[in-house]
Design a protein around this ligand. Structure first.
Ligand code: ADP
Length: 220
């Protein structure tokens, strides 16, 4: 399956992407994680990414599209992938369509994770992520790790992302509304977008997403 996950910061994209990719046996491709991996390796791309990310801005399209394309063309993504955080504006969505067209493949669904804005702020304020860069995500009150500051999955150190400060989150939300939300309409016109309420227990949200994917699959 080829799936795109869309939603505001704090919608639970990373959490749901890890679970869905595991259940569907497809790679989870997160442009945010790819940028963060570059930041920890202190590459040139990482240096550039840090400035944009800390300000809550998007990275340049050309660079993001090249990075995402390269990842999607790895052998493990041949029979499917779950994109998390890409595309993030209409020109990235158009570039993805071009790529899919040249490879004669199509998307199966675009899942739009929906959460109220007040909830987004609460989720992000308490979010802690693992230094390993493997998308292990915790929350100080909603899903605390067994040992404070330590990842349950791999023992890595947990930290708060620099771009999770309240000021940057407000900017990221604004960028989401102006640049990312229009792609939901774009995919609605292609008949691909499905809205999933991302409130309630994590398992419940995963169940809703899997059900929606089954429905999409049956409809084809
Ligand atoms: P979230 O979904 O919580 O906002 P991500 O980890 O997906 O977090 O992204 C964090 C930051 O990485 C974004 O605010 C942006 O600066 C950068 N980024 C991620 N994906 C893209 C993209 N497709 N295009 C441009 N910038 C991106």
């Amino acid at each position: 399956m080829r799936i795109v996950l869309v939603g505001p910061p704090g919608a639970g994209k990373g959490t749901q992407a890890t679970r869905l990719a595991g259940k569907l046996s497809i790679p989870h491709i997160s442009t945010g994680d790819l940028f963060r991996a570059n930041i920890s390796r202190q590459t040139e791309l990482g240096k550039l990414a840090k400035v944009s990310m800390d300000a809550g801005n998007l990275l340049p399209d050309e660079l993001t599209i090249a990075m995402a394309k390269d990842r999607m063309q790895q052998p493990d993504a041949e029979s499917g992938f779950l994109l998390d955080g890409f595309p993030r504006n209409v020109s990235q969505a158009e570039a993805l369509d071009e790529l899919l067209k040249t490879e004669a493949i199509t998307l199966d669904a675009v899942l739009d994770l929906e959460v109220p804005e007040g909830e987004v702020i609460k989720r992000i304020a308490g979010r802690r992520i693992c230094r390993s860069g493997s998308a292990h995500v915790f929350h100080v009150s909603y899903s605390p790790p067994k040992k404070q500051g330590v990842c349950d999955v791999c023992g890595g150190e947990l930290y708060q992302r620099d771009d999770d400060s309240e000021e940057t989150v407000r900017k990221r939300l604004e960028v989401y509304h102006t640049q990312t939300e229009p792609i939901i309409e774009y995919y609605k016109t292609q008949g691909l977008a499905v809205t999933i309420p991302s409130l309630g227990p994590v398992d419940e949200v995963t169940r809703r997403a899997l059900e929606a994917l089954e429905r999409e699959d049956d409809g084809k």
